[in-house]
Write a protein that binds this ligand. Structure first.
Ligand code: ADP
Ligand code: MG
Length: 255
């Protein structure tokens, strides 16, 4: 059975997609069978693992809205062991279309159950909102991993995020827990970085990963080549730290 992790933070640009792609590739490099479910209409995780739009026949929209079997939507990335359920701009209409439908919160959960035994890890890359798609992701997940950007107001909005976790626990998924909190885009040269680090650790305690993702230009270049960082520049700081994070996630899940 796969361990299902949602990458979530309703703020955009905090490193959700970067973490989905690079943790996914890291786990695959450690021999795990990994599926990324792109649940953001931007489709950045999809293009980030090298899948181009014109090759996508069906996407996560079809899974959520038309209950297309997950198996029919899965695509292989160029990185061995790393598969993806792609997203396209089609997904942007899904929340409205789902609203009047039956079992609208459990669509993704049901879909992931169909393929659960084919993977060791499923990583759901959430959109920057706490709407119905994120609710679907939380309902489908064992845990959530929260990337937090090292900037002013880093903690802002996190209580809303945790409220949504509680709502999903109450109504759909009582066992959902916080897998970990990841500091991203860290700049060691500033006091701000250290301050945010301290604040986040005070709040989330041992849930915060030892690995801290620095600002690294190679990490921001890799997506335009459709490659995870370990394939784009394995010697970069970004590649090394995402491998370190991979080891922490593996150790926590004893796999
Ligand atoms: P989200 O999915 O939360 O919106 P992304 O992972 O897409 O955030 O990151 C936002 C932007 O920042 C992207 O252009 C990405 O390439 C870049 N980025 C992410 N992490 C880093 C990092 N550690 N260093 C430099 N750029 C980064
Ligand atoms: Mg994203």
């Amino acid at each position: 059975m796969a361990h299902v992790i949602a990458l979530a933070n309703q703020k955009g640009g905090v490193g959700k997609t970067t973490t989905a792609v690079n943790l996914g590739a890291g786990l695959a490099s450690e021999g795990k069978r990994v599926l990324i479910v792109d649940s953001d209409a931007q489709g950045n995780a999809t293009s980030g693992v090298g899948i181009s739009k014109q090759n996508i026949q069906k996407d996560v929209y079809d899974v959520l809205v038309n209950e297309e079997p997950m198996q029919n939507v899965i695509m292989h990335s160029a990185h061995e062991g790393l598969d993806i359920v792609p997203a396209t701009i089609q997904l942007s209409g899904a929340e409205i279309e789902l609203t009047p439908q039956m079992a609208r919160e459990t669509r993704l959960q049901n879909a992931i159950k169909q393929i659960n035994d084919q993977y060791d890890y499923v990583l759901i890359d959430c959109p920057p909102s706490l709407g119905l798609i994120t609710i679907n992701a939380f309902t489908a997940s064992d845990s959530i991993l929260i990337p937090v950007q090292s900037e002013y107001y880093a903690l802002e909005g996190l209580s809303q995020l945790l409220n949504t976790v509680q709502l999903v626990q109450k109504h759909f998924n009582p066992n959902l827990y916080v897998e970990g909190v990841l500091l991203t885009m860290y700049d060691a040269r500033t006091n701000l970085g250290a301050q945010v680090n301290e604040e986040v650790r005070k709040f989330f305690k041992e849930k915060v990963y030892k690995s801290i993702i620095p600002r690294n230009v190679r990490l921001s270049e890799a997506p335009s080549h459709g490659l995870p960082i370990i394939d784009y520049d394995p010697n970069s700081k970004g590649a090394k730290v995402y491998m370190k994070l991979t080891k922490e996630v593996l150790a926590a899940n004893d796999k």
